[in-house]
Design a protein around this ligand. Structure first.
Ligand code: SF4
Length: 381
């Protein structure tokens, strides 16, 4: 992940000490006693998690596995999000031993990827990542890619590339911008996404793309609505407990709490305004435009970071608002064409421009929003 303008990572130790592992497991135990889960996932993130000694994974997982006896109804999973550069035979063996299928960051083609992902000598890391991915495909039989969408490369070239490298799973992410940093024109990303979606839906051997799967499920009314990010809690290398990294884009130290796994339970983050909004209220406490929006049940206002503006905190629609209206309408209309039996005659095609025009005619100042104060609590002015 790019550092998003928050430099507080410089004050963190490079690696997590093994002495923190029992504290983390203890906090997970306390959490699961209060909130039983079918699946609980530990994700090794970073920085770059493969920089740590390989034995750390074994020590962590062995201690985490003790939770199985306490919570036999819960499946514990392990995940790694890596830049892929350090993957070698030894790492592949470690990952295989612990049944970890890592997500590897690859932002499309060599041109798109090397634009942002460079080493200390300013060399792009694309070639090393591709070498790592090929190794994983050979050793684990599965390639999972995490890809930040990049409008500097066409959707056609991006999709072809992901097909060429035999990706089984592509976790496409919208770039994390706030209203103070957003560089695109309205609808620019939406048109790119529609091109990508059309290629994907027509591909008989299409990979899993959770971004599209989640939206499709939400449109079809499935309970498996895209969960956004509101289930991930971050533990920094020094044991500090924080909300998700993407919110670092909202400002320096934005995600900091005074909580640490040595002294605090995970639950305690809910006592902070950001923890409560992020974990509990992010899909309900929305700005007036989102509350009035005809596609809100699918979009849910977008990710929190995409709603932020220094001037009024989270009291905004997503920076990708019109893009999402375009895309959601397009997916709905495509589904109506592909599986007409799922729709009755009373449902007509969606017109994205009509929705955008409708929302633009509303006078939001005249509509009371009970969440205004809570959302604007996070403004900086
Ligand atoms: S499409 Fe726009 S207005 Fe509608 S919920 Fe999403 S961000 Fe809000």
């Amino acid at each position: 992940m790019y550092n998003l303008g928050d430099t507080s990572f410089r004050n963190q130790p490079k690696f997590m000490k093994e002495s923190l592992i029992p504290h983390i497991i203890h906090r997970v135990e306390n959490y699961l006693k209060q909130h039983p889960q079918e699946v609980f996932t530990f994700t090794f993130h970073g920085g770059e998690p493969l920089l740590i000694d390989k034995s750390f994974f074994g020590k962590f997982i062995r201690q985490a596995e003790t939770l199985k006896e306490l919570f036999p109804e819960t499946t514990f999973e392990y995940n790694v999000q890596t830049n892929g550069v350090l993957i070698d035979d030894d790492w592949a063996a470690v990952l295989k031993a612990y049944k970890i299928f890592p997500g590897v960051s690859l932002d499309g083609t060599k041109k798109a990827h090397d634009m942002y992902r460079k080493d200390h000598k300013e060399n792009g890391s694309y070639d090393d990542v591709i070498r790592g991915l090929k190794l994983l495909k050979r050793k684990l039989g599965f390639v999972s890619v995490i890809s930040v969408m990049n409008l500097d490369e066409s959707a056609e070239v991006t999709y072809q590339h992901l097909t060429d490298i035999s990706s089984d799973y592509v976790n496409f992410l919208l770039p994390d911008y706030t209203h103070d940093s957003f560089p695109y024109q309205p609808k620019e990303m939406g048109k790119w996404l529609i091109s990508l979606y059309d290629l994907w839906i027509q591909d008989k051997n299409r990979p899993i793309i959770p971004f599209f799967n989640g939206l499709t499920n939400a449109i079809l009314g499935s309970q498996k609505i895209a969960r956004h990010e509101a289930h991930a809690l971050v533990i920094e290398t020094n044991g500090d407990i924080e909300a998700i990294d993407s919110l670092k884009g909202c400002g320096e130290n934005f995600t900091k709490t005074s909580l640490n796994v040595v002294n605090n339970d995970f639950e305690e983050i809910m006592q902070s305004p950001l923890g409560k909004l992020y974990f509990q209220d992010s899909m309900e406490k929305l700005c007036t435009k989102c509350l009035e929006c005809p596609v809100a049940s699918v979009c849910r206002g977008g990710r929190l970071v995409h709603r932020h503006k220094k001037e009024n905190g989270f009291n905004n629609p997503s920076v990708y608002c019109e893009d999402m209206i375009l895309l959601i309408s397009h997916i709905q209309n495509t589904m109506m064409k592909l599986v007409p039996s799922m729709y009755d005659d009373s449902i007509s095609k969606m017109d994205a421009n009509e929705i955008i025009d409708y929302l633009n005619t509303l006078n939001f100042d005249s509509i009371e929003n009970v969440y205004k104060q809570d959302l604007e609590f996070f403004s900086e002015v």
